[in-house]
Every structure is written in C-alpha cells, then in structure tokens.
Design a protein around this ligand. Sequence first.
Ligand SMILES: Cc1cc2nc3c(=O)[nH]c(=O)nc-3n(C[C@H](O)[C@H](O)[C@H](O)COP(=O)(O)OP(=O)(O)OC[C@H]3O[C@@H](n4cnc5c(N)ncnc54)[C@H](O)[C@@H]3O)c2cc1C
Length: 386
Amino acid sequence: MRVAGMTVVVVGGATGGAAAALLLARAGARVTVLEKVARSKAVGAGIAIAENGLAVLESLGLGPAIAAVSVPLSGIRVVNPKGRVLFAPPGSHPVMRMMRRSALQSVLLDALEAEPLVECRVGTEVTDVTPGGDVIARAGGRDTRLHADLVVGADGFHSQVRARGGFPARIGGSGITYVRAMVGPGLATGVEAWTEAGLFGSFPVPDGTYVYASARSPLCRRAADHTDLPAFRAAWTRVYPASAPILDAVRRWEDLLVNRVWTVRCPRWAIGRLVLLGDAAHAMPPNLGQGANSALVDAAVLLDELRRGDDLPTALAAYEARRQPAVRRVANASARLGRLAELTSPLLRGLRDGVVMPLAQRLTGGGDLSTVLQEAPDALRAIGRA
Ligand SMILES: Cc1cc2nc3c(=O)[nH]c(=O)nc-3n(C[C@H](O)[C@H](O)[C@H](O)COP(=O)(O)OP(=O)(O)OC[C@H]3O[C@@H](n4cnc5c(N)ncnc54)[C@H](O)[C@@H]3O)c2cc1C
C-alpha cells in the first residue's frame, strides 16, 4: 500500500515512537507525534543499543549523531564476585553502544523537529482512542480530537492506546527491582557481576559511568524502602566489594532511579486502525538489553509491512505475525537470563556457575545471535533507506 500521503498519529515520542514517526515521515506519511512529557528529565540511566537498533538508527541517518554521544561496548563479560568469568560472548559480538538515555532522546527529538512531515506536540496526553482512528488528546487542560489513517501506540508500559483501544493484555511483575544511576567517569568495571544479592553492572558512557544493581536481597530491599543510601552501599559492599567505589560516587538516594521490572504480553498488536509497538505491546525483562532495541525493530518492520501489504488490515496482520514470535523468543530468553542472574540459593548458584554457565558458553560458541537481534541488521538498514 502507499505510505506516502497517509495520516498517522504516533502516541509517545520516546525511542519506539520517535523512530516510527521518522521512518513513516521519510516514507511520505504526514505524522503527528503526541508526547505527554513536556521536556524529558535528565534521567540517571544509560542504555545499550545493539546492532539491530543501531541499524534502524543508521538507516535514518542518525549513525554519526549516535556515535558522537555513545561509546562502543565489546566483550561484556558476566563474572562472579571475585571476578572469575562465568560467561563471555563469543567473538566481538554483539556490537553495542552505551549512551545516556537523555542523549539518545535528544538525538531523536532533534531529528523529529527537523523532519518537515512531522508535527511534534509535547505536553499532550492521549486520553482515549478508537479502533476507527480517533484520538482524544489533552493539552493545557483542553481536549482536542484528531483522526488518522493509522494510530501507533508507542506509549510504553502504561499504554493508553492499549487500554482504551480494547487490546487484551497480560501484565506481569517479575518481582525484580533494579536501581540505576549515573556517576562520574573512570569508575566502570565493564562487567556484570552475578552475586548472592543479584546482579551489579557498571559501564562507561561519554563523561560518566552508568551503574545498575539489583535491589532484591532483603538488606537492599529494606534500604530501598527507607531510601537509605549508606545501608544500600553497605549491603552491596558486603557481597561485592568492587561495587564500593562506584556506589560511593552516588551522592543522594534521589540520584538513583528505582524500577520494578514489569512485563506485557498482548495476543493482539493491531485492532482496526490502531497498532502497538515497543513496551506498549511487549515490555520485557531488561537482562538482554533488547527492550528499546525491539521497539526500534518494530518501527522498521511496521514500515516494511505497510509498504508490502495490499491494504491496512493485511499490512498490520503481517506486522503482528512477523514480530510476535520473534519478540516472544527474545523476551523469554531475557526472562530466563534474569532468573539465572537473580538466583539466591547457594546450591543453585553453585550449579549455575559450575555447570550451566560453562555449558551455555560452549553452546553459544558459534555466536548465533538471531534470537537476540530478531531481524538481520542489513535488512533493517535497507528498510529505512528504501
Ligand atoms: C532497568 C532497565 C534497563 C534497561 N536497559 C535497556 C537497554 O540497555 N537496552 C534496551 O534496548 N532496553 C533497555 N530497557 C528497556 C527499555 O527501557 C524499554 O524497552 C524502552 O524504553 C521502550 O521504549 P518505548 O518507546 O516502547 O516506550 P517508553 O520508553 O516507555 O516511552 C513511552 C513514551 O510514551 C509517552 N506516553 C505515555 N503515555 C502517554 C500518553 N497517554 N499520551 C502521550 N504520551 C504518552 C511517555 O511519556 C514516553 O515518552 C531497560 C529497562 C529497564 C527497566
């Protein structure tokens, strides 16, 4: 079908929504992005974009801008608290770049603002949608009604498009909470440690260090409940001494982001003129670092299937059929990895470190990344450039 001339409303202007808006506009659609946050906060978190997500960003001509705000990551290793390597990805794959979330968002927002076929309305919250393509948006206390040929719900875990559009969904909590922060440069260990208190990772970003840690152990949970930074530091230092200099660099509890991990499973991603992508359709555990990457892949595949389909229902059904199994596989793999990383029983951890991880290392020796990447990066690059 012809994408040029279509009218599209994209709800949510973060990673998935911004990429979808840019891809559709470059293909000739007239796109309105509705984003409820007026100005994104300089959130204290980093994000790893892997070669599938990078391919989509490169196809939009954003490769140099992303390279300028990120650092390459190679050979991320999983270690035990003493530094013994439990798992090292084969060869130099997957290619990843680590950056501040705020930097990724700035690159995308600058591109949206420069795109002639995109109108970006920030501070605008969508409160209702219909499968017929109607959208009610509230800004400055006033409601506006919009209508579009296609409404893309890229509004994250709490998606209004999903809720108001009548999409059945299963929402789950993994029981895991992660704490994240950005501290000064030069502190990153470049490894993810699996300890009796869960995982602890620290990686470089330009001019800083991104740190994330599980808050699952009773001591860490209690510290989190009381926003008690010294107690949180002490709990981590006891199980993983290498964490001490990094957590010492966090000044106040308020500088930490605390996130419970939620999952979303939707049996349908398209109803009428509504389509879901990213966390709205499939929030997943973060352990494989594929949530935002999958949102970027969704955006590219959506454009690809719109171009291939004879009409909107056929195109959206093809998008759903192509993305759902791939996303289910990567979400399941990420959940398994998360459960392994968070094992608390000494017996099970011994089994994991002594048997499961060496076996996993041997089995992944061939370096097949198709489950993680979901679509070949070259194919993704070609979609955006077509
Ligand atoms: C601890 C942790 C670490 C992670 N690390 C990584 C990683 O390294 N790599 C990776 O790929 N992924 C990672 N993820 C996952 C990643 O953060 C998400 O998958 C990704 O942000 C999803 O992008 P999205 O665009 O679908 O949704 P979101 O980023 O949630 O964006 C949704 C947007 O919609 C807007 N919005 C919401 N409701 C409305 C409304 N009603 N009207 C208008 N606008 C609305 C919001 O303001 C927001 O801007 C991690 C997640 C966690 C919890």
